[in-house]
Design a protein around this ligand. Structure first.
Ligand SMILES: Nc1ncnc2c1ncn2[C@@H]1O[C@H](COP(=O)(O)OP(=O)(O)OP(=O)(O)O)[C@@H](O)[C@H]1O
Ligand SMILES: [Mg+2]
Length: 271
């Protein structure tokens, strides 16, 4: 598993050539609103893929569909060529997809370490019955979980704050802790929904380093972010959503110079 720097395992040349994640003709409606219309997305392994677009374009909805929170009205989601459309979120996590949320979701009264440990528990094998019958095994597993939690805290630079209560962290560190918790479940794909929101310039630079470190560990990154400088500096591929439809996709340079993208942002800075 890739938290300690090993690239994600691939079995055979054929599989390595397929995209890690594919959305095929995905649509979803909320009441009368078509929030996504026939969206096709392909995310290559080991890349940083960004999804941008104005408020309400459908970016978080894409993440909610990939992570199993919403089931699309039509279309399919394939991960490692497995059809995961409409599967339960915990099963999707088990397959190797993890995420953070636009609004920070931490256990504010628990320590940084405990928040990271909770991320590990989604992959823990010792259930309640196991806990009754196999104390030694459970203790061993707890040791492994603690080790992994410390490992992911190091990735995001929070090792020294492991005993601090989450609520006492600076805002930027809370966002990093969310990323650590997501990493703790040993993902192959991590979805980050506006990780730089509310961060100052220094915190954003730290976040760029963290995301590059994550990619260096062989984990594929899908990013939703409004800060265009941030997006354009870090992404391998940028896809643009507007009113639920993909209007452009390509390298950061291609996207920044695309007239449809400039129009969608109506004078907002995209470079
Ligand atoms: N559960 C829901 N019920 C009703 N409407 C929803 C629901 N989730 C999303 N929507 C609507 O779908 C559209 C897309 O929302 P979404 O949250 O995906 O946008 P977004 O691109 O992430 O925007 P932002 O940049 O503001 O976060 C919006 O019009 C939103 O109000
Ligand atoms: Mg959103």
């Amino acid at each position: 598993m890739p938290v300690s720097g090993q690239p994600a395992k691939m079995t055979g040349e054929c599989r390595s050539m397929q995209p890690l994640l594919k959305l095929e003709q995905v649509s979803i409606n909320f009441g009368g609103l078509a929030a996504l219309e026939s969206v096709d997305i392909q995310v290559e392994r080991g890349k940083i893929f960004s999804l941008i677009g104005p408020n309400g374009a459908g970016k978080s909805t894409v993440f909610n569909i990939i992570s199993g929170i919403y089931r699309p009205a039509s279309g399919r989601v394939l991960f490692k060529n497995i059809d995961i459309t409409g599967r339960k979120p915990y099963l999707i996590t088990d397959l190797g997809i993890t995420r953070t949320f636009q609004n920070i979701r931490l256990f504010k009264n628990l320590t940084v370490l405990d928040n990271a440990r909770i991320g590990c528990h989604t992959r823990s094998r010792a259930g309640f019955i196991g806990a009754l019958g196999r104390f030694k095994k459970v203790r061993e597993e707890e040791g492994l979980i603690r080790g992994r939690a410390m490992e992911v805290l190091e990735v995001v630079g929070l090792t020294e704050k492991s005993n601090v209560l989450a609520k006492n962290l600076a805002y930027g560190d809370q966002r990093k802790l969310e990323i650590a918790r997501a990493l703790a479940s040993s993902p192959e794909l991590i979805l980050l929904d506006e990780p730089a929101a509310g961060m100052n310039v220094l915190e954003k630079q730290g976040l760029v380093d963290v995301i590059e470190k994550i990619r260096g560990m062989g984990i594929t990154v899908m990013l939703v972010e409004h800060d265009m400088k941030f997006v354009m500096s870090i992404s391998d591929y940028v896809a643009v959503l507007n009113y639920g439809m993909l209007i452009a996709g390509g390298s950061p340079d291609q996207v920044q110079n695309n007239p449809a993208v400039i129009e969608a942002y109506l004078g907002r800075e995209v470079g």
